[in-house]
Design a binder for this molecule. Sequence first.
Ligand code: NDP
Length: 248
Amino acid sequence: MQNYNASADALDQKTILVTGAGDGIGRVAALTYAKHGATVILLGKTTKKLEAVYDEIVAAGYPQPAIVPMDLKGATKQNYRDLAATIEQQFGKLDGLLNNASILGSLGPLEHFCSSTFESIMKVNVTAQALLTKAMFPVLRKAPHASIIFTSSGVGREGREFWGAYSISKFATEGMMQTWSKEVGKTNIRINCINPGATRTSMRASAFPGEDRDKLATPEDLMPTYLYLMSDDSIEVNGQSLDAQPKK
Ligand code: NDP
């Protein structure tokens, strides 16, 4: 689906929650979903970044978005429940959830891992996404067709030395998607993963500081797959882990 061509109104009338919407891939996904007609709910840690995306969307004349400043490291079950209640009140339903926000932590041998970094990575990349997704189920059930996307990684499919807790968290993400997608079966909800592949963002730069950024795909290059899984063209797709870039 890397060559998917979404119609201009592919996401009309849809409300989509994007985590990590202030920067990197999440920012571009939010802008792209809005461009294709969705009302996007921008969730992220840094309010200023969310406000900048909000302004960009409004300036472009796309549907007015909403901002949810939230640190997934400290968020509680009650925070997620409150968010679901607000979404229900304001929009009546949720058609899409892009679980995109993640942290890399520091790379190094597992033998020397730092327990607090390990816990933070698991909290943000796995537990918070599970809790947020669980809390959104009642509003997702109110949509005619709802799409949940988790964000995987190459190191979530095959372990790589020194990628430590981040790699483990991405294996957990793939497992969560597989398990949950089997449980939803043929309901109105479908659950899939996207592996973005090497992409020009701050996270990639912190993992490979010496790399030539110009040789990397941009977040915009990945958007056909992000649009495909959010649009009704993927209604029958459940339990898949898709690559957003051709394999090198
Ligand atoms: P970035 O670091 O560029 O952006 C991550 C986003 O997540 C930021 O908006 C950040 O907000 C937000 N975020 C981080 N921690 C929290 C938190 N505790 N609470 C709320 N929001 C948070 O990452 P990418 O865009 O590169 O990555 C997006 C996804 O793609 C991730 O899941 C990543 O693992 C995955 N991925 C990326 C690849 C790449 O090459 N870039 C390759 C494979 C997978 P803020 O800026 O405010 O901190």
